[in-house]
Design a protein around this ligand. Structure first.
Ligand code: 13P
Length: 251
């Protein structure tokens, strides 16, 4: 049984006040629930305070990126140990905005993933095709390359700390959500790849989130798909009124 994993990627949004208001409401709403796993990914500068505000709550805190190097002269970067030091437990890697705006290739994503897992952070690895790639029939090829590339050299024993997020680029921030059938097809494909790369056991236990224009109005039908184990939510994670109903999709 894979516990539904619902995560809010705030991207470069919210200020200190709004962040603390949001997690205050979130903390109260989630209480001691264990039927869903919930995590938030604030901008680096708010991780510390958000983690303190959530201390003792099952809601977990993560970062949206990390450096592939351990420490040293890497101006502007943030290390895995620094993230852990301020309370982050997870890191999102390979997000399409990192890949497409900042040019992160699979090799860099892979180095970050290995560094994060070695340093004690869990990983959400994002994969997904552009509209052009989908139209060109390249969805599986793109997803396969990103998954294999991102997870190269990752030990099977570490896969219980890895989540995959399928985020079709054409669905991110566009209001165009993948249909349950489209998501289901790619999620099943990813699960098959995990089986080949690691084991059937890994494939059955790793959670695969869907991301891209998830809202309260569409989360239920997406979560009804067998291979969809959660959601990585952008825009709709920024306000309690939008995010809390997503956590309650099953109610
Ligand atoms: P939106 O939910 O705003 O489409 O963003 C999805 C996303 O990129 C989450 O990482």
């Amino acid at each position: 049984m894979r516990t539904p994993y619902l995560a809010g990627n705030w991207k470069m949004n919210l200020d200190r006040r709004a962040a603390l208001d949001l997690v205050g409401t979130l903390r109260e709403h989630v209480g001691t629930r264990t039927d869903v796993e919930v995590a938030v990914f604030p901008p680096f500068v708010y991780i510390d305070e958000v983690a303190r505000a959530l201390a003792g709550s099952p809601v977990r805190v993560g970062a949206q990126n990390c450096c592939d190097e351990e420490k040293g002269a890497f101006t502007g970067e943030v290390s895995v140990s620094q993230l852990r030091d301020v309370g982050a437990e997870i890191v999102v890697l390979g997000h399409s905005e990192r890949r497409h705006i900042y040019g992160e290739a699979d090799e860099l994503v892979n180095r970050k993933a290995q560094r994060a897992l070695d340093g004690g952070l869990d990983v959400i690895l994002c994969v997904g095709e552009t509209l052009e790639e989908r139209k060109g029939g390249l969805t599986e090829k793109v997803v396969r390359t990103q998954l294999q590339g991102g997870l190269a050299g990752v030990a099977t024993r570490d896969m219980d700390r890895v989540t995959i997020a399928y985020e079709p680029v054409w669905a991110i921030g566009t209001g165009v959500v993948a249909t349950p059938a489209q998501a289901g097809e790619v999620h099943a494909y990813v699960r098959g790849l995990l089986s080949g790369l690691f084991s059937t056991d890994v494939a059955q236990t790793v959670r695969i989130q869907y991301g891209g224009s998830v809202k309260a109005s569409n989360v239920k039908e997406l979560m009804a798909v067998g291979d969809v184990d959660g959601a990585l939510v952008g825009g709709a994670s920024l306000k309690a009124d939008d995010f809390l109903p997503i956590l309650d999709f099953a109610r």
